[in-house]
Design a protein around this ligand. Structure first.
Ligand SMILES: Nc1ncnc2c1ncn2[C@@H]1O[C@H](COP(=O)(O)OP(=O)(O)O)[C@@H](O)[C@H]1O
Ligand SMILES: [Mg+2]
Length: 216
């Protein structure tokens, strides 16, 4: 089993959007997927409740309330996390993760918050020991804006505790596709390819990066 934690102490940066789209991506591929929601707001579970019964199945767990017992034969565990996650609860989630995806919005406030949060992430033992891979994803990006340029610069400069560059995997555009998908319990991967081609392309590198971890 591979476990992927989507995390950032800042609310509204796209954790649930990324967690749900990724869960659906693997489910469509025929994988057995658990979506564990650690946020009492349960956005991921709300999304799952809307998911049509004829779509690729995803198992939801209200992990914030029930804890996490992952069924046998699970291929992918996707963990969605709450805002303001720090300290021990954060360390506990990171302990379960093979990979950490951290969405960041193109705004100075979000960059500063991300920088502070990364200091905490980089001090965790599993991260220091390179036992978990950490990468950023720019989200809700409008291309050719100053804010996007500044975010890429910020992300390009980030380093891991071993001195290597932190992976910056993607810039997901601001798109109504994500809103429509969220409403209906779907992912952008379940809409017509012509309508979602840029979005799918923007995900490709993240999917490859996650696959490269599997092959280690
Ligand atoms: N790339 C995107 N394009 C358009 N809307 C987005 C995008 N990413 C997230 N959103 C919207 O932004 C809001 C916050 O995203 P969400 O995933 O709930 O963030 P978080 O889980 O970090 O609080 C939601 O309404 C979501 O639908
Ligand atoms: Mg959320």
């Amino acid at each position: 089993m591979r476990s992927i934690l989507v995390v950032n102490a800042k609310g509204g940066c796209g954790k649930s959007t990324i967690a749900t789209n990724l869960a659906a991506y693997y489910a469509i591929k025929g994988k057995s997927v658990v979506l564990a929601d650690y946020d009492p707001q349960e956005s991921s579970l709300d999304w799952l409740a809307e998911r049509p019964a004829d779509r690729a199945k995803i198992t939801g767990i209200a992990a914030h309330r029930d804890g996490l017992r992952v069924p046998k034969n699970t291929d992918y565990l996707i963990m969605d996390s709450p805002a303001a996650l720090h300290g021990r609860p954060l360390a506990q989630l990171v302990r379960r993760a093979d990979a950490i995806l951290m969405p960041v919005l193109p705004s100075p406030i979000d960059e500063r918050a991300a920088a502070r949060f990364l200091v905490e992430i980089k001090n965790l033992r599993r991260v220091v020991n390179s036992e978990v891979r950490v990468a950023t994803i720019a989200n809700r990006v409008r291309d050719n804006t100053l804010a996007a340029g500044s975010l890429y610069e910020f992300m390009g400069d980030l380093k891991l505790p071993d001195g290597k560059k932190m992976w910056h995997l993607a810039a997901l555009r601001l798109s109504q596709n994500y809103i429509r998908a969220a409403e209906r319990g779907l992912s952008i991967f379940e809409f017509a390819p012509v309508k979602t081609l840029p979005d799918r392309e923007q995900w490709a590198r993240t999917i490859r990066w996650l696959a490269s971890i599997e092959n280690r």
